[in-house]
Design a protein around this ligand. Structure first.
Ligand code: HEM
Length: 472
């Protein structure tokens, strides 16, 4: 793999992982004061006593009418941190402007109403100009806009735990929005270790150093355990009953025709309406990297949902897309059979057990995540489309099945090798042997439940509890 996956903002590797290489700018430079003031006054709730533009029907339209078109200033910007902060600002503004009407309708009726689908020229032109400079789609994304490029520390001396983070730009202004998205950053503080372990493992494979491969797999597994620990903080960081306070603002256009019709028209840029996907955690890099590295991608079902995952690759910074392409090639190139094939050939039960441990953590990530979806989304709203525009009930179980199939294969290979195991290795293998059939049964029973007319998130939770897999 090449050593350099950077665009000047992200720099994928063992030092920064998937986080930016320096803290994002928290405010725009003075030239853009008008835009910055609008963003500052925009959130539904400004503080305990004051509301912002989004609280009042149509007020955002009045504010945008007064906004200067910064296209000339934007065109000459060259500093990547300013361009990123501008992209973030215009992304928030475009979503707020279009989706404010859906939000007001939701407040009145409990259903999302139609969004505005014409962006005025003073948003459209500079927005598309900065998106072109970054080589991304002009819509709120996960990396540069909503999550990884949108955090600041409350206390500079403290770390990246969600409790020490604030959003630079926000929609609802409520703590639940901040906790929700800042926890994604928090989890990613460990991505440097995760990327480091992947690179170390591949390097060791290239040199045929099996002990170092095993050590790197162990490091990867332990990092995933830590990430899952952080992920479970979601239940505290953002109360599920409050997810709808901000969810509507992160909807994408593609896949959400009920809200946007044919798409969004960018005045002064394109004559035809455009459709881009919405920001979603599915644009995060941890699980996709682990899927490629461990080989889960070879087990993905061939269906529309897998296509969606691959489509989402194009919604990432170019340097991260390139990292995934190279990683996939490198992993496939390991004796043409991936990590699993290498470990089998080397008869490395230690390595296979750690691979199993990694898969178990991917399982926990996805099963816990599936519980998020049931509580934060399905228990809260009858609208069956996710922010990324996918049919949520049929989405995540597919990938859970893929992980469990590979776990079964790894267990079968370990059994066929008949090699004596040390205590740690044996405990990873034995516990997975015992629990895998339960996990498979749990998924089957849940799928029957979510397919029924009378879906109840509580019952799904009770079932997870029964199998000892409740995530809270
Ligand atoms: C309350 C918390 C969360 C909710 C309600 C939620 C919701 C969803 C939904 C509805 C999808 C379906 C696909 C789509 O339309 O984009 C999805 C996919 C995904 N999310 Fe989340 N998410 C949450 C937290 C997270 C976190 C913390 C991460 C990682 C940092 C994450 C990573 C992913 C990934 C990788 C996928 C792709 C599916 C897969 O590979 O299994 N999500 N999420």
């Amino acid at each position: 793999m090449q050593q350099n996956y950077t665009d000047g903002f992200f720099n994928v590797g063992p030092v920064y992982g998937f986080l930016p290489q320096s803290l994002p700018l928290s405010v725009l430079p003075e030239t853009y004061t008008g835009l910055q003031e609008l963003l500052d006054k925009m959130p539904v709730q400004l503080d305990a006593e004051h509301f912002g533009y989004l609280h009042y029907p149509n007020k955002i339209v009045e504010a945008v009418d007064q906004l200067h078109n910064y296209i000339d200033a934007v065109k000459v910007e060259e500093d990547v941190s300013i361009i990123q902060a501008l992209f973030r600002g215009y992304s928030f503004l475009a979503s707020a402007f279009t989706l404010e009407s859906s939000f007001q309708h939701y407040r009145e009726t409990g259903n999302y109403g139609k969004a505005r689908n014409v962006l005025p020229i003073q948003i459209a032109q500079p927005f598309v100009a900065v998106a072109d400079k970054m080589d991304v789609y002009p819509w709120l994304d996960y990396h540069y806009a909503y999550s990884l490029g949108n955090f600041k520390k409350k206390d500079d001396a403290a770390g990246l735990e969600w409790t020490n983070l604030e959003m630079c730009v926000r929609f609802s202004g409520q703590p639940d929005e901040v906790g929700f998205i800042m926890l994604h950053v928090d989890i990613n503080q460990h991505s440097a270790d995760l990327v480091g372990s992947v690179m170390k493992a591949l390097e060791a494979v290239a040199h045929g150093e099996t002990e170092n491969v095993e050590a790197a797999l162990d490091w990867n597994m332990r990092t995933m355990v830590e990430m899952n620990n952080r992920r479970r903080e979601m239940w505290k960081a953002s109360r599920w009953q409050h997810y709808n306070d901000f969810r509507v603002f992160i909807m994408g256009v593609k896949g959400n025709e009920e809200l946007f019709g044919d798409g969004v028209t960018y005045t002064g840029v394109w004559d035809e309406p455009k459709q881009f996907r919405g920001q979603t955690g599915a644009q995060d890099d941890i699980i996709p990297m682990e899927d490629i590295f461990s080989g889960v991608i070879n087990y993905y079902p061939k269906n529309e949902l897998t296509k969606y995952l691959l489509d989402l690759r194009t919604y990432r910074p170019k340097c991260i897309q390139q990292f995934f392409i190279d990683l996939e090639k490198e992993v496939e190139g390991i004796h043409h059979r991936g990590m699993l094939g290498y470990l089998q050939e080397q008869k490395s039960v230690v390595g296979l057990s750690r691979l199993l441990g990694i898969l178990e953590q991917i399982y926990h990530f996805r099963n816990g995540h599936w519980q998020f979806v049931q509580k934060y989304i399905m228990a809260n709203t009858p609208y069956a489309k996710a922010t990324g525009g996918t049919p949520i009930t049929s989405w995540l179980p597919n990938q859970l099945k893929a992980v469990m199939q590979q776990m079964q294969d790894v267990l079968d290979i370990i059994a066929s090798l008949e090699i004596e195991m040390d205590e740690t290795t044996s405990s990873i293998v034995t516990s997975n042997q015992t629990t895998l059939p339960q996990k498979q049964k749990l998924l089957e029973e849940q799928l029957v439940m979510v397919a029924g007319e009378q879906f109840s998130a509580e019952k799904v939770f009770d079932l997870n509890d029964k199998f000892g897999l409740k995530d809270q």
